[in-house]
Design a protein around this ligand. Structure first.
Ligand code: FSO
Ligand code: SF4
Length: 525
């Protein structure tokens, strides 16, 4: 295996014998084959008019790509099923004909990994191919969430097919690949807007909501991941059962949606970011549902109470089919539940674009009066690297007249501290999941409009913590919007070569995070 698609990649160069995420070589190899199959399917679809492509193609491509995102699917059998579904839709004319045995599939997968592509097209073209592939994977995850709520965008589906078909041909022209990467950023903005519409039309615009951390007595289910549709279905199925529902990780912002918070048994939040689950889940005395990434290798002391849903999978862990949560509910009833009450503080969510732009005049006046000097967006993904304490330290060191915008599971590096207020508004504004990055884009564009300047002229500093491929497409979205001076950390992607990095630096002044002291000085200047 060779995989270097995420920030956690082994030694900062690539996972070669087993994934730092826990992915075994078989799953990694089959995921390589699946991505190759999706490219072959796209190449078959590309010449067809959008209207005459099979109706199920867009959803299948999204599902297949989302299953290869970091920390989603660890089960080789489920990846093999997706490989066969993709091959069946692509047809033998596509040239993608999977072997009939697992050994055969593995041999095919070995032949199509990134290293073979690198040999064919060279390091820089291969880096840009991977950047595009990972960007499309991230976008596919967002599109998947929107589609589950009944929302899709034909222009996004068309771009995915077009870009994957170009990758299938082995495009090696650097400027063509750069152009496609920026178009991936454009399609990501459209996908994020679509997901925002899907979430807010389904559950209402998030409103400021204090979320209690800790727990109270009673049977309990913990819901992790990003899928609001799964949470909604679970809330409906547990109504009146006496089971309390707690959010975990990226599900925290769900408490702000009127359509979700109206369920009184959605009682609070348990735990920190995804990489703490092996430490925290043993202490949760109920059932646990992982709706999307990021799942880690389950420990024996909670494996029998753990369930996966959607595209998440782990061998030996019970998988929920569709929205039938009866097994999860039964496991929660069988578990002891909480006996006591623990108050572990609270955190306010609900500062999406609707809330922030609803008080735009307050924000604009605070900027004009000098009470609010600058916005710092500190967000993205969390991870286990010790260097990620930079984000905590940076937030703590910001001057009192700077507001902090945060989103994604990277927020867990920032929250848990009283940052005070500016002009009656909280200094820390939690804009939601990484899936809600559209809110940050929309607020920035609205402020630029109000101040009649470009986004780069706003008093706004972007400090992005990245981990997996959704962060890659967000970065491409920001570059497409012409946003410059983004600080990225804790390390730069292993798949970006020095020449590609030079383009990012020369054109967009993308830079790695440095020390808090130096970065703060540079931002203030
Ligand atoms: Fe985090 Fe994981 Fe939301 Fe990612 S839980 S790291 S970018 O999968 O999706 O922010
Ligand atoms: Fe390694 Fe990340 Fe790939 Fe997992 S997803 S195998 S940690 S590079």
């Amino acid at each position: 295996m060779f995989c270097y698609q995420c920030e956690q990649t082994s030694r900062g160069t690539g996972c070669t014998s087993v994934g730092a995420c826990g992915k075994d070589p078989e799953t990694a190899t089959l995921q390589d084959l699946l991505v190759e199959g999706v490219k072959a399917l796209a190449a078959r679809l590309a010449p067809l008019a959008s209207g005459s492509r099979p109706a199920q193609a867009a959803a299948l491509i999204e599902d297949a790509l989302f299953a290869t995102v970091t920390n989603v699917s660890f089960d080789p059998e489920r990846i093999a099923v997706l490989i066969r579904e993709v091959a069946s839709l692509a047809g033998p004319e596509s040239g993608f004909v999977p072997a009939s045995t697992m050994a055969g599939l593995l041999a095919q997968g070995e032949a199509v990994g990134v290293l073979s592509r690198r040999q064919k097209v060279g390091e820089d073209a291969s880096a840009l191919q991977e950047l595009l592939t990972y960007g499309i994977k991230g976008m596919a995850a967002y599109a998947h969430h929107a589609r589950r709520l009944g929302f899709s965008d034909p222009s996004v589906d068309a771009f995915v097919v077009e870009a994957l078909a170009v990758l299938a041909q082995g495009e090696s022209d650097i400027s063509a690949l750069l152009g496609l990467n920026l178009r991936c950023g454009e399609a990501t903005v459209a996908t994020l807007a679509l997901l925002d519409k899907a979430n807010t039309e389904s559950y209402g615009h998030p409103v400021p909501t204090q979320v209690p951390f800790g727990h109270g007595p009673g049977k309990a289910i913990l819901v992790s991941g990003h899928d609001l549709a799964d949470l909604k279905a679970l809330l409906e199925q547990t109504e009146g059962t006496g089971i309390n529902i707690y959010t975990h990780g990226e599900m925290l912002p769900a408490h702000g949606y009127p359509g979700l918070k109206k369920h009184k048994h959605l009682v609070g939040h348990f735990g920190g970011a995804w990489m703490l689950q092996r430490k925290e889940f043993p202490d949760f005395p109920g059932a646990i549902l992982m709706t999307t990434n990021c799942i880690q290798r389950p420990m024996e002391n909670y494996a029998d109470r753990l369930f996966t849903g959607g595209l998440v999978s782990w061998p030996g862990i019970s998988h929920v089919v569709g929205h039938d949560y009866s097994a999860v509910i039964a496991a929660a009833q069988a578990a002891p539940g909480f006996a006591d009450t623990v108050n572990a503080g609270e955190h306010q969510v609900g500062f999406g674009h609707h809330t922030v732009l609803g008080v735009a005049d307050v924000v604009i006046n605070a900027v004009k009066s000098g009470a609010l000097k600058r916005f710092a967006l500190i967000g993205g993904c969390d991870g286990s690297d010790t260097e990620r304490s930079y984000f905590t330290d940076l937030a703590a060191a910001l001057p009192q007249d700077w507001a902090i915008l945060t989103l994604g599971c990277g927020k867990f590096r920032v929250i848990g501290k009283d940052y005070g207020t500016i002009g009656g508004l909280p200094r820390l504004l939690d804009m939601g999941q990484c899936n809600d990055a559209y809110s940050a884009v929309k607020v920035a564009l609205a402020l630029a409009d109000a101040f009649q300047c470009g986004v780069n002229d706003l008093p706004l500093s972007l400090v992005i913590s990245w981990y997996e491929q959704k962060a890659v497409c967000i970065l491409l979205a920001l570059l497409h919007l012409g946003v410059k001076n983004i600080r990225l950390g804790p390390t730069l992607p292993a798949f970006v070569t020095p020449a590609v990095l030079k383009v990012l630096v020369d054109s967009f002044n993308v830079m790695p995070i440095g020390t808090v002291e130096n970065d703060l000085k540079a931002m203030a200047a």
